[in-house]
Design a binder for this molecule. Structure first.
Ligand code: SF4
Length: 488
């Protein structure tokens, strides 16, 4: 198959990873990347339904592609991802010029569906539930992959989610949690390391409940001899089979031990499932980075309860304190939603107070907007938009101050940096990430290329990034060694 393809990815790292798989499939049959729509023969829109106005943006893009297809009828258009999984019939009806609609569980079918559309001249719509596909299809690690960054790999360890956060559409589009077999994950990381990958990010909707469904499978598979056991007795029996039930911590240790892997990251954990074993693994495995992204969402117990988050502000603080005391030099980042239905001034103040108490290294903040199909979309009273804007501004003052202080604390330190490339604003500078995931800009050198490790002395800091001077290329202290040097 000759020609070019273009993939537009919306949404989270899960989608970015799926897009890498789709790119791998398209390149495996001879297609090459295109620079824009006009240059492409296959256009894939990998959609997300979490972001605000996702459907409006999709239909806007499809409207533009309709005119393109009228001029070049041979162009093939694919809509994939969460929005396709959720609204397949609507997309098919509103955009008959789309050739293929496929969901989140059948990325591996992309080429077959394109081929069927070509041969029949008919639009192909195929959406599968997680239960309808085998493990090797749910986690298509055998598919070719085109990594956006050759030295870094996303590795899916789990799909779906068993929680029911009131604002989130994920459980209804991605289905219940399904953990990928332990050995398959380690094998994929080992293969990636052999291909030159040194940094892996373990991906899942709720990574630190990894393995919980494997426990449930044990329960289902236990057979009639164990059928009389219930409740605690079952838990004890299952605990007795501990070796057959890997935890996320076991995975961190196994992946962290793969030769060639220098950095292990993961996203996203849930505060209620952050176990002591995970914290211990972070503390003990050198390659696991000192960065914990722990979504808070709100600092008010009342709002957390309405969101069905399963923890209180106090419990969140305890988990952060436990992680910080065990893992030296830990950066903690978060997500916060402002203006959830029913949020009062006092609730918003609780969030500000909790943010100040934690002192986050950085945070993503969002003003609540209802997602159709979620419980929160039906909740009242809504918070007036301007009130949410004001509350967010107040929260941002606290968050920006703590980011600036945390970055300034790094001045004078020597950091290990994984180079991502030249700075977008200044080609005389390179940019990279520290183990804590802080962005660093520093003067470039001929030996620096994406994937190179360097040591950099931090000489300045802003709220968003560090400024450094290059000390050495590839002469990296092993793993988490960081050498404090007096400022000035
Ligand atoms: S834990 Fe909550 S927010 Fe995260 S994917 Fe599951 S339901 Fe959504």
């Amino acid at each position: 198959m000759a020609g070019r393809y273009l993939i537009r990815t919306f949404g989270c790292q899960m989608n970015e990873h799926d897009s890498e798989r789709i790119a791998g499939l398209l390149q495996s049959v001879g297609l090459e990347p295109a620079s824009d729509d006009g240059d492409a023969d296959v256009i894939v829109l990998n959609t997300c339904c979490i972001r605000e106005n996702a459907d409006n943006r999709l239909y806007g893009t499809l409207g533009h592609l309709k005119s393109l297809k009228e001029g070049r009828p041979e162009v093939e258009i694919v809509v994939a991802g969460c929005l396709a999984q959720k609204d397949q019939d609507l997309i098919a009806e509103r955009a008959p010029h789309v050739d293929v609609v496929l969901g989140t569980h059948n990325v591996h079918r992309t080429l077959d569906l394109l081929s069927a559309a070509r041969q029949t001249g008919q639009q192909q719509v195929e959406i599968l539930s997680a239960a309808a596909v085998e493990d090797h299809e749910l986690f298509p690690s055998a598919l070719p992959v085109v990594r956006e960054r050759g030295h870094a790999a996303w590795v899916t360890i789990q799909v779906g989610c068993d929680n029911s956060c009131a604002f989130c559409i994920v459980p209804s589009v991605r289905g219940p949690e399904a953990s990928r077999p332990f050995g398959d994950i380690v094998a994929e990381v080992t293969r990636a390391a052999a291909e030159g990958v040194t940094e892996v990010t373990l991906l899942g909707q709720n990574v630190n409940s990894y393995g919980r469904d494997l426990t449930l499978r044990l329960r289902r598979d236990a057979g009639p001899d164990d059928a009389h056991l219930a409740g605690d007795a079952w838990a004890a029996a299952v605990d007795g089979q501990r070796s057959a039930r890997p935890l996320f911590a076991d995975l961190l240790r196994a992946v962290g031990a793969v030769p060639g892997i220098r950095r292990v990251r993961y996203t996203s954990p849930h505060p209620k499932d952050l176990r002591p074993e995970t914290i211990a693994a972070m503390a003990e495995v050198d390659s696991v980075c000192e960065h914990l992204h722990l979504p808070l969402q709100s600092g008010s117990d009342r709002v957390l309860s309405a969101m069905h988050r399963g923890y209180t502000a106090e419990r969140y603080l305890e988990r952060v304190a436990a992680a910080r005391s065990a893992v030296g030099d830990l950066a903690v980042t978060t997500d916060i939603i402002v203006g959830f239905p029913g949020e009062s001034d006092r609730d918003a103040e609780c969030t500000v107070e909790l943010a100040a108490a934690v002192g986050f290294d950085s945070a993503f903040t969002f003003i609540f907007s209802p997602r159709p199909g979620t419980e929160a979309a039906e909740l009242e009273p809504l918070v007036p938009h301007q009130t949410s804007v004001d509350r967010l501004a107040r929260l941002r003052i606290v968050l920006e101050r703590s980011s600036l202080l945390a970055n300034r604390d790094r001045i004078g330190m020597i950091e290990e940096v994984l180079v991502e490339g030249r700075s977008k604003r200044d080609a005389s500078r390179s940019s990279g990430r520290t183990r804590q995931n802080r962005l660093v800009h520093f003067p470039t050198a001929p030996a620096l290329r994406p994937g190179t490790y360097a040591t950099v002395r931090v000489i300045d800091a802003t709220q968003t990034h560090l400024v450094g001077e290059l000390l050495d290329v590839l002469a990296v202290p092993t793993h988490r060694t960081r050498i404090p040097v007096a400022a000035g």
